[in-house]
Design a protein around this ligand. Structure first.
Ligand SMILES: *Cc1c(COP(=O)(O)O)cnc(C)c1O
Length: 397
């Protein structure tokens, strides 16, 4: 059975275990091709490889068999013709933005974005004369209304989005005609939602998160139609943010357990969300699986699982947030998400400490906002940890 026959007959969880081994010979586990260059038998073959799109055995900035295996696996899981891996999620996103847009072009992006993406659009784009309009991605019709026919080249959405797990209707983004539509699907992974099935042109991931899944690989990927990804490839080879073979191997390792990890993380996040929702020290809980999430129905429609991320606001503001994250014993204070360890961030005292209260609010962050990425621990231990940290908040207040 070829990889692509499997793509239509097997469930995604099964494909995730088998995909991306085309160059494996009889080895079961993915092979690490730790080489920068490949010997070319003839001048003609060297010329062919130097000018081909995606050559996997020429020079590793152009392509590499381990990286190609990861790209093939992601393409298969997203239902894409092809994919290109990058050194990080930002490597992928900057290639999409700077590889597809030129001076005079216009981008429509949502306001609710990963901070790195937002900074790229706010700082690099103006320097290159690329105009960006930010919209509220949760408001129906917001993206389409902001598109300027003939001028808008790119529509950029992220769902679920940082930091409040706001959702964007994938059918709506997929229906936009004219500009290239791109969805950052990092929080979902290809096992939870498939933007290309909704008509979206390109899907991007920070595979650093749940896909590689063990907090030991920095990796990004773009998947979509060959025409678009191959166009990006010519820029990516010069940009030089190519994925390392080692990280790509860890991406393939992560994919093999992604299905079971997502189920456990989603269940853990649900247990925590339900505990927090009834707690007097907590003002608001955001998890797409809660009936109280403003887009609960949309989540049920386009996501296979609500996911392992939740956001909540402590009523006691900045002091409560600081006390809470320092009192946690199992959950750890660290940026990133989707790994085996439960991690929390308190943006107001860490990543966003320089913002004014008004600016914080504009980014959907309250002084007591906590983002939690549920790991693979036992749910009872996680709930007990959060409960004792909230008691410390109450004692301090
Ligand atoms: C982490 C993240 C990124 C950036 O990925 P890196 O691998 O850190 O470069 C982009 N988008 C989202 C939604 C993320 O969570």
């Amino acid at each position: 059975m070829t990889d692509r026959t499997e793509a239509v007959t097997l469930h995604p969880e099964t494909r995730a275990i088998r995909a991306g081994r085309a160059d494996n010979d009889t080895a079961l586990a993915p092979i690490l091709w730790a080489t920068t260059t490949f010997v070319t038998p003839t001048v003609d073959e060297g010329r062919r490889l130097a000018t081909a799109v995606g050559a996997a055995r020429f020079y590793s900035r152009y392509g590499n068999p381990t990286v190609a295996g990861f790209e093939e696996a992601i393409a298969q899981l997203e239902g894409a013709e092809t994919a290109r891996a990058f050194a990080s999620g930002m490597g992928a996103i900057s290639a999409v933005v700077l590889g597809l847009c030129s001076t005079g072009d216009h981008i429509v992006a949502q306001r609710q974005l990963y901070a790195g993406t937002q900074l790229l659009l706010q700082t690099a784009c103006p320097r290159f004369g690329i105009d960006v309009t930010f919209v509220d991605g949760t408001r129906p019709g917001a993206f389409a209304e902001a598109v300027v026919p003939g001028t808008t080249t790119l529509v950029l959405a992220e769902t679920p989005a940082n930091p409040r797990l706001d959702l964007v209707d994938l059918d709506e983004v997929g229906a936009i005609a004219g500009p290239i539509t791109v969805v950052d699907s990092t929080f979902a992974t290809p096992l939870v939602q498939r933007p290309l099935d909704h008509g979206v042109d390109l899907v991007v991931h920070s595979a650093t998160k749940a896909i590689a899944g063990h907090n030991d690989a920095t990796l990004g990927v773009v998947a979509g139609a060959a025409e678009l990804v191959n166009w990006l490839y010519s820029f990516a080879v010069l940009q030089g943010a190519n994925a390392s073979p080692f990280d790509a191997m860890n991406g393939l390792r992560g994919l093999r357990t992604l299905g079971v990890r997502l189920e456990r993380q989603s269940a853990n996040a649900g247990a925590l969300a339900r505990f927090l929702e009834g707690h007097p020290a907590v003002a608001e809980v955001r998890w797409p699986g809660l009936e109280s999430h403003p887009q609960h129905e949309l989540a049920a429609r386009q996501m296979a699982l609500p996911g392992g991320l939740l956001t909540f606001d402590l009523a006691g503001g900045i002091e409560a947030g600081t006390t809470f994250v320092e009192a946690l014993e199992i959950a750890q204070l660290a940026t990133s998400l989707g790994g085996p360890e439960t991690l929390v961030t308190h943006p107001a005292s860490t990543t966003h400490v320089n913002l004014t209260p008004e600016e914080l609010l504009c980014n959907g962050i309250a002084p007591g906002t906590i983002r939690l990425s549920a790991g693979l621990e036992h749910p009872d231990d996680l709930v007990a940890d959060v409960a004792q940290a909230l008691e410390r908040v109450a004692a301090a207040g």
